[in-house]
Design a protein around this ligand. Structure first.
Ligand code: AMP
Length: 103
């Protein structure tokens, strides 16, 4: 599959992975928009939030727990989580990921 994030997950393209488990990988955004800008990426290739189906609640809930964990690891007192959904929502990479941003 010609998907950049699938290639990072498969180690075909390098990234500085700061967390990995059965469901997610986390690595810094290559063009950071804040002091801390991490991408929390589902391992399962689902293009957008709009494509979620019954049964995906568990992995999406897990993604949120990973966001909480990496924020704690980074000792962040506050942060923003952002999903861009669809081309008109500013999404560039069609593989579900959450931006974690903090200054
Ligand atoms: P989005 O617009 O929500 O699809 O976000 C995609 C993000 O992926 C952008 O903020 C890009 O800067 C980031 N990005 C693109 N290529 C890479 C890469 N090779 N490693 C890390 N982040 C990337």
């Amino acid at each position: 599959m010609d998907c950049l994030f699938c290639k990072i997950i498969g180690r075909e393209i390098p990234a500085q992975i700061v967390h990995e488990d059965d469901v997610t990988v986390v690595f810094p955004d290559i063009h950071p928009k804040a002091r801390v800008h991490l991408l929390i990426v589902l391992k399962k290739h689902i293009p957008t939030i709009a494509d979620l189906q019954d049964g995906d609640e568990k992995i999406m809930g897990h993604l949120m727990r990973v966001a909480q964990k990496v924020a704690q690891d980074e000792k962040l007192s506050g942060y923003r989580l952002q999903f861009n959904i669809g081309k008109d929502g500013g999404q560039e990479i069609f593989h579900i990921h959450c931006h974690l941003l903090a200054n």
